[in-house]
Ligand binder design. Structure first.
Ligand SMILES: *Cc1c(COP(=O)(O)O)cnc(C)c1O
Length: 404
């Protein structure tokens, strides 16, 4: 591990810090979500804390994909679109995501990537509100969100988080915010932002990529207008899994997709020369859905069937609190860079360290997988479905060792 810099060598011979592992085992023993860990295929000896980047494969996915290729695609060929319900999969999987985000089943559809869905909803909102040409967002948000906003809108106003509410002006059509920040894990008070936006006549578009599955969400109850989110992070849908989008029922008839594809047509199999959008959120489909990826994402819901969203959020928060407490005790060289114990936070913890990449490489060599965001941020994602309290304790010990 030459890229591991001095950390591997420095750690050789360093003793493992003592820790009250019995306490962590007790937390695992009373964890109502503990049984879900077995539903994921994680390699032996690896502590996987990068599920905020790419969730691991649900065991159900391999069997499901083999079945789809052999029996459905291979057996029914083109008839599988209707006989096997492929054509309904975008809405069917959307309805499975809905309870995780506090949406109605008819308000969510799975389609395309997060980037493309962002574009579709931003462009639709701007078209519906020609008197309001501006998209408001914040500095430092995830790059694709900023780029797509720039491509969709004539005017993008970026402000600091503090300036946000004051910037909700009469020229703003929609405010685009990542609910849990991909670096800092900071979380907005969604209900408060929705209320302030509504008072200013501004629609909200939430990017839930780092929230769904780890933070309790209530799009409906909090009055959100629009949302998108990623299928391959905490939803474990697989690399490049399709994303999902939400349009509040009250807006669905007033918006149309800028990509008027045939799958969003009211009657795609009429092959009409004229575009007529489908009723409801289905009009935001564009082209033929990627069925293999979509069904892999659906199989992730088999693996998490019965997992209570509130319990998932509570455990993610406890894992994060524990990580921060142990790191403060054992690894004071790491500077916390996320909301502290007891505070609202996304599903990961973050620390600054001047040699973040070599440190992360040294940890990976020891079986602890996190990730780095340049230049100096270490992130550790804490999925409540397969990360144990014991894993957090061992992670803190491994970091201590690697620091030397
Ligand atoms: C992961 C992530 C995306 C991903 O976009 P893709 O189009 O799937 O590449 C977008 N926005 C945010 C905030 C993310 O965290």
């Amino acid at each position: 591990m030459s890229s591991a810099g001095g950390f591997t060598a420095a750690a050789n011979g360093a003793s493992v810090p003592r820790m009250d592992m019995a306490r962590l085992h007790a937390l695992d023993a009373s964890d109502p979500l503990a049984r879900f860990r077995d539903a994921f295929a994680l390699p032996e000896g690896v502590i996987y804390l990068a599920g905020n980047s790419l969730g691991p494969p649900p065991r159900a996915a391999a069997a499901r994909l083999a079945e789809v290729v052999q029996a459905e695609w291979g057996g029914d060929l083109v008839a599988a679109w209707t006989r096997r319900g492929w054509i309904d999969a975008p809405a069917r999987v959307g309805a499975k995501i809905a309870p995780l985000i506090g949406a109605g089943a008819s308000e969510v559809i799975v389609a395309d990537s997060t980037s493309v869905d962002l574009y579709k909803l931003l462009a639709a909102a701007l078209r519906a509100r020609p008197d309001r040409p501006t998209v408001l967002t914040v500095e430092g948000d995830f790059p694709t969100d900023l780029y797509v906003a720039g491509a969709a809108a004539g005017a993008v106003r970026r402000v600091s988080r503090r300036e946000l509410i004051g910037a909700l002006g009469p020229d703003v059509a929609v405010v685009l915010l990542t609910h849990a920040h991909y670096r800092s894990g900071e979380v907005y008070d969604m209900a408060a932002v929705n209320a302030a936006a509504r008072a200013a006549g501004v629609w909200t578009l939430w990017d839930l990529s780092h929230s769904t599955g780890v933070v309790e969400l209530d799009l409906g109850g909090s009055g959100a207008d629009l949302a998108v989110g990623c299928g391959y992070k905490y939803l474990n849908g697989g690399p490049g899994a399709p994303a999902y989008l939400f349009v509040a029922r009250r807006l669905q008839d007033h918006l149309s997709s800028p990509i008027a594809g045939w799958m969003g047509h009211a009657a795609p199999f009429d092959f009409s020369a004229d575009y007529r959008p489908a009723e409801g959120v289905r009009r935001f489909l564009a082209g033929t859905p990627p069925i293999l990826s979509l069904l892999a994402l659906e199989s992730a819901f088999v693996s998490m069937a019965g997992a209570d969203p509130a319990a998932m959020a509570a455990k993610a928060r406890r894992l994060g609190d524990l990580f921060l407490e142990l790191a403060a005790e054992l690894c004071p060289e790491l500077e916390p860079a996320c909301p502290g114990p007891g505070q609202q936070r996304g599903g990961h913890v973050a620390f600054r360290h001047p040699e973040a990449q070599p440190l992360s490489d040294a940890l990976a060599a020891r079986g602890l997988i996190g990730d780095v965001r340049a230049p100096d941020l270490l992130r550790f994602g804490l999925s409540p479905l397969y990360v144990r309290f014991e894993d957090v304790g061992r992670a803190a010990q491994l970091i201590r060792q690697a620091l030397g």
